[in-house]
Write a protein that binds this ligand. Structure first.
Ligand code: GAR
Length: 189
């Protein structure tokens, strides 16, 4: 099962997935490439350090037809069975999503359907909820609204700060994402 990871940021979730793969926790999965829209992103460095092909595919914007077509072409060349969005911070075009219909999952730092979009941890913090968390869901054309695969809750305690909540959400993500990928690999292969 060929998996590619797309991300824009520091790549801590990509690192968790690569570590799970190298510990044989992802069964028959092979992480065939890590792709980013940010040339200097930590996620590409993490891939390089793990000797996984790291590809900067250029800036991405769903409104930019040329960039969208380039991304679709390059990702198709990798022939993925599963595309994992791990901190990919751009909205994908409908064309992109349809080109890889049903094969894209996204990690989101809230308990969807609450707090869609950017800065989800801050949205939850500002709303004063006592339980937040993270979600892995299938990507559909409506942002952060595809079918939920799995969620992990995080309790917000007295004395927490937005920084401590962020750290707890990220720790939960680092367990959830590799677990979901392992389950999907078992199910789909
Ligand atoms: C993660 O918290 C992920 O849930 C979030 O970006 C972070 C990436 O961290 N994604 C989104 O907000 C997508 N809407 P990482 O680069 O350390 O894995």
């Amino acid at each position: 099962m060929r998996i590619i990871i797309l991300g824009s940021g520091q790549g801590s979730n990509c690192k968790a997935v690569l570590e799970a793969a190298s510990s044989n926790l992802l069964h028959s999965a092979e992480i065939v490439a890590v792709c980013s829209d940010v040339e200097t992103s930590g996620i590409l460095e993490i891939a390089r350090n793990a000797s996984v092909p790291s590809l900067f595919l250029g800036p991405y914007n769903f409104n930019n037809k040329k960039a969208d077509e380039t991304w679709i072409k390059e990702v198709k060349k990798l022939n993925p069975d599963l595309i994992v969005l791990a901190g990919f911070m751009k909205v994908l075009s409908h064309n992109f999503i349809e080109s890889f219909g049903g094969k894209i999952i996204n990690l989101h730092p809230s308990l969807l359907p609450s707090f869609r979009g950017l800065n989800a941890i801050k949205q939850a913090w500002d709303a004063g909820v006592k339980i937040t968390g993270c979600t892995v869901h299938w990507v559909s054309p409506v942002l952060d609204s595809g079918e939920i695969i799995a969620q992990s809750p995080v309790r917000i305690m007295t004395g927490d700060t937005i920084e401590s909540v962020s750290a707890k959400v990220h720790a939960a993500e680092h367990m959830l994402l590799p677990t979901v990928i392992a389950q999907l690999v078992m199910h789909l292969s």
